[in-house]
Design a binder for this molecule. Structure first.
Ligand SMILES: CSC[C@@H](O)[C@@H](O)C(=O)COP(=O)(O)O
Ligand SMILES: [Zn+2]
Length: 244
């Protein structure tokens, strides 16, 4: 098309940031992943979610919506890097009308500060049950530990350290839940500082935050952990120890 009457469509609210025909674009991947996570019992009843960093943009789902029905047009975009607090000053460069960003946003941003490319939050019942089986008396030292199970090899030893081996012990720190999601942020930061090699933090009576260098790693690590939590619950019922 050419000629003097050619018009340029106005750019409204940076909508182009969530419009792509690439299925791997974060604005398409987040809804697609959440549909899978819903079917796995990870994000039912609006709980849980996921966020992806793509260059200097963070893609975040809205709050309180049916996560499995979300569309790319519902996605928020934040310019990265950004301050985590206060919420109102977050640098949203795309904000869908009539929606609020996920209450998990400061927790996702904490994972990105830690070098993650994707962070997944689930309300998996296996994760919740494991937090109930680990003794609470251990306080800030509470950790889920398991060894000598093949699937442990799906979890990294730490950044640039390769994957855990069959005989290694996997340790996932557990923090206490809070009344409001964003108040979990300091607990998450403390657990990350105490366990700098961890890629996940369990939240007692709530679920888990899992992150990875990219989407595939965050997803497969989250799958491996969920497998291990389910196995651990069944082992507990049979009186089998988690660590050999
Ligand atoms: C079922 S309510 C769950 C929320 O309080 C929270 O824990 C959660 O995981 C999702 O928060 P959201 O703000 O909808 O992204
Ligand atoms: Zn939650």
């Amino acid at each position: 098309m050419c000629g003097a009457d050619q018009t340029v469509a106005p750019v409204a609210n940076n909508d182009h940031l969530v419009q792509s025909s690439d299925p791997d674009h974060p604005a398409n991947l987040i809804p697609e992943l959440c549909r899978k996570f819903y079917n796995w019992g990870w994000v039912t009843g609006t709980g849980g979610g996921t966020s992806i960093r793509h260059g200097d943009h963070i893609f975040i789902a809205p709050s309180g919506v049916q996560k499995e029905l979300m569309k790319s047009e519902n996605i928020f975009v934040i310019q990265w890097p950004t301050a985590k607090y206060p919420a109102t000053e977050r640098n949203y460069i795309r904000k869908p009308l009539k929606l609020n960003p996920s209450a998990c946003t400061p927790l996702f941003l904490t994972a990105f500060e830690h070098g993650a490319g994707c962070c997944i939050h689930t309300h998996s019942q296996w994760a919740v049950l494991v937090t109930l089986l680990v003794e609470r008396e251990k306080g800030p030292d509470a950790c889920f530990e398991i060894s000598n199970i093949e699937q442990i090899k799906g979890i990294p030893k730490g950044k640039g350290k390769g994957m855990l081996g069959y005989h290694d012990t996997l340790s996932i720190p557990i923090i206490d839940n809070t009344a409001f999601e964003e108040d979990l942020t300091s607990g998450l930061e403390a657990a990350m500082n105490k366990y700098p090699d961890t890629y996940a933090v369990l939240v007692r009576r709530h679920g888990i935050y899992v992150w990875g260098d990219n989407v595939a790693k965050a997803k497969t690590q989250c799958e491996s952990l969920d497998y291990l939590f389910q196995l651990a619950v069944e082992m507990h019922k049979l009186g089998l120890p988690w660590v050999k």
